[in-house]
Write a protein that binds this ligand. Structure first.
Ligand code: OFO
Length: 169
């Protein structure tokens, strides 16, 4: 059983994760349309990971015998000024998600909900990694600014990213 405040906040997070997925799918389409297939791949993997995040919350709520409430997903943008702009927006978005996770942990602490507190730890660690990945790509984009060759090489690197399905472990 989950307390109402916790349940509502967790349901809201499902929506945040679906929006993240939507945003990165939009970015994947944007990159593909500009010929940056490696960037498009990186964002497609990100999209799939965000879907997994949404489903982790979905399953967690159901595992407590509580109702899942799906909400309307906001429309994401479909154009960015440059790859650097898209990644700066990605980092900004992930910083927002980190804040959401910290707020969820605060609620779990306030309600002395140890199970949810433990469940959230995976996401807290994941956010450190996500922000770090974005920062690394932003730094590389700043270094190569104006160099088509540099962009081509980075695109090749980002093409290597592979999706590993979440097994729930
Ligand atoms: Fe990008 O970690 Fe979920 O939202």
């Amino acid at each position: 059983m989950l307390k109402n405040k916790m349940k509502e906040a967790l349901n809201k997070q499902i929506n945040e994760e679906f929006y993240s997925a939507y945003l990165y799918l939009a970015m994947s389409a944007y990159f593909e349309s500009t010929g940056l297939k490696g960037f498009a791949n990186w964002m497609m993997v990100q999209y799939k990971e965000e879907m997994d995040h949404a489903m982790k919350f979905y399953r967690y709520i159901l595992s407590h015998g509580e109702d899942v409430k799906l909400m309307a997903i906001k429309e994401p943008p479909n154009k960015w000024k440059s790859p650097l702009h898209a990644f700066e927006e990605t980092l900004k978005h992930e910083q927002h998600i980190t804040k959401c996770m910290n707020d969820l942990v605060d609620i779990a602490e306030e309600l002395k909900d140890r199970a949810t507190y433990n469940f959230l730890q995976w996401f807290i660690d994941e956010q450190v990694e996500e922000e770090e990945n974005d920062r690394e790509i932003i730094d590389r984009l700043k270094l190569i600014e104006g160099s088509k060759h540099g962009l081509f090489m980075l695109d090749k690197d980002l093409a290597q990213r592979q999706y590993t399905p979440d097994t729930g472990e």
